[in-house]
Design a protein around this ligand. Structure first.
Ligand code: GH3
Ligand code: MG
Ligand code: MG
Length: 446
């Protein structure tokens, strides 16, 4: 009779006993054991908060095996059922991790990756905040910070403008780490203070071939209790996916960008303008292209050195980024030449954008010692639609023609390529084999 009861209860007993998966007493948290928390080597010490899964069918068959029933007491004594319970929990955790990881990998922007991460973490516990700090431009120190509280993006005051002070440490120790231990290892360097002020708990590095790309900062738990080993293991494993996904995305982003200025590079610009030409043909939209060239840029190099010249290019790029809309495509075409592709933008608006770019650059102050002369640019503008019937290369060369008229006419100005030009060039070309003085036909006003 006892055996019958045993048989009935086996499947439920071991898996519903909340104590079944408690770690043995000697498996203390690292902090308790005198060492600061770095995460445990595997998930076997996890404790259950949410109860156990039902034993799968195969397990039920195993449990109803007469030999098991016969030896129930012995098997229980040696901890077989606890062990199975732990394994079940591990399987469940890995399944959830795998689906969470895949979800994160399928995201197509860093913002989406961060949003998905926040939701994945929030399924398990609620940190007081979660912050992502990363370098959008590979070889530049400047960082972007995005933080979340209660699943929502918030402005968080982490007074940090570089992650470089952490670089050497994380190169040596490329793993998530408890904040206190990081602070200790960095000898409470000034750099850790901003993280201390916001009460950080765990710091996770994002590393790649170009060094430290960013860090993810997890705040203490809302209720100020300690993270359980289960949560820490989960975090460590999930973050391996997150940091890989962010790293892949940054690699992709960097491959589209010019290293010096952070603007899109020539290759990406050519891809986008070809797409835009196809789009205008398909949809009937009007789009515009602005090309710009720095006036007498050689003088900056010759009189103040190449570094000063580079600083001028960076300042211009910054101003361009500030001036255009998010849907525009600002690129460094090469050397001291820039382009802005303006999708769905008519001539008049494009002219206004070009003039805004010109005047804001002419008014900017480039930080350099000794002070540099005023920087100016010349611009050319071409507007196209489905009736233009020309290739991306031809669009570029027309915008270029307009730009060189701006140069000829004294620089620091914008010229629009006018529709009359093509006709007049053709007319002239018929009559003469001489080089066509084409620039003089360009319009100057919209
Ligand atoms: P213009 O008004 O006619 O455009 O005169 P310019 O001096 O700007 O034109 P030019 O084509 O003679 O000079 C462009 C210079 O830009 C030559 C080249 O060495 C310099 N340059 C190109 N790329 C870079 C760069 O990345 N950094 C620096 N510092 N200089 C660059
Ligand atoms: Mg040039
Ligand atoms: Mg120039």
């Amino acid at each position: 009779m006892k055996k019958e009861n045993d048989k009935k209860n086996i499947a439920t007993n071991y898996s519903q006993n909340p104590d079944a998966a408690k770690p043995p007493d000697d498996e203390k948290k690292p902090e308790e054991a005198g060492q600061k928390a770095i995460f445990p080597p595997h998930a076997k010490t996890v404790s259950s908060k949410s109860g156990s899964l039902k034993a799968p069918q195969i397990e039920e068959e195993f449990l109803s095996n007469p030999k098991i029933v016969e030896n129930y007491s012995f098997l229980q004594e040696i901890g077989i059922f606890k062990h199975i319970d732990n394994l079940n929990r591990e399987i469940r955790n890995y399944k959830s991790l795998l689906s969470g990881g895949l979800d994160i990998f399928n995201r197509t922007s860093i913002d989406e990756i961060m949003d998905a991460t926040v939701w994945q973490i929030s399924d398990h516990f609620l940190p007081s905040f979660l912050a992502f700090l990363w370098k959008p431009i590979q070889n530049k120190d400047e960082i972007t910070i995005k933080a979340y509280k209660n699943y929502k993006p918030v402005d968080i005051n982490i007074k940090m403008d570089s992650i470089s002070p952490f670089e050497a440490f994380f190169q040596q120790y490329p793993k998530p780490i408890n904040f206190d231990l990081l602070a200790f290892e960095l000898k409470n360097d000034e750099a850790v203070k901003p993280l201390e002020e916001v009460r950080s708990e765990i710091i996770i590095p994002i590393l790649g071939p170009f060094g430290l790309y960013g860090i993810i900062v997890v705040g203490r738990k809302i209720l100020e209790d300690e993270y359980t080993q289960e949560e820490l293991v989960f975090l460590q494993q999930l973050m391996a996916f997150v940091s890989q996904a962010i790293k892949n995305h940054l690699h992709y982003e960097h491959s589209l960008r010019d290293v010096k200025t952070g603007l899109y590079n020539h290759g990406f610009f050519m891809t986008r303008i070809n797409e835009e030409v196809a789009r205008t043909k398909r949809t009937g939209y009007t789009s515009s292209l602005i090309v710009m060239d720095v006036d007498k840029f050689k003088n900056f190099n010759d009189n103040f050195g190449h570094m000063a010249g580079d600083r001028v290019l960076e300042s211009i790029a910054f101003m361009i980024k500030q001036t255009v809309r998010t849907e525009d495509i600002p690129s460094r075409f090469g050397g001291e030449e820039f382009t802005v592709l303006l999708p769905s933008t008519e001539k008049g608006t494009a002219w206004a954008v070009a003039e805004r770019l010109r005047t804001s650059i002419a008014g900017m102050k480039v930080p350099w010692e000794p002070p540099l002369p005023q920087v100016t640019i010349s611009l050319g503008l071409y507007t196209f639609d489905r009736h233009s019937e020309i290739s991306a290369e031809e669009i570029l060369s027309r915008a270029d023609e307009a730009l060189y008229l701006s140069k000829e006419r004294g620089r620091n100005r914008t010229t629009i390529w006018g529709s009359g030009l093509l006709f007049r060039i053709q007319q002239k070309s018929k009559k003469t084999t001489e080089a066509v003085p084409k620039l003089q036909f360009l319009e100057q006003q919209p």
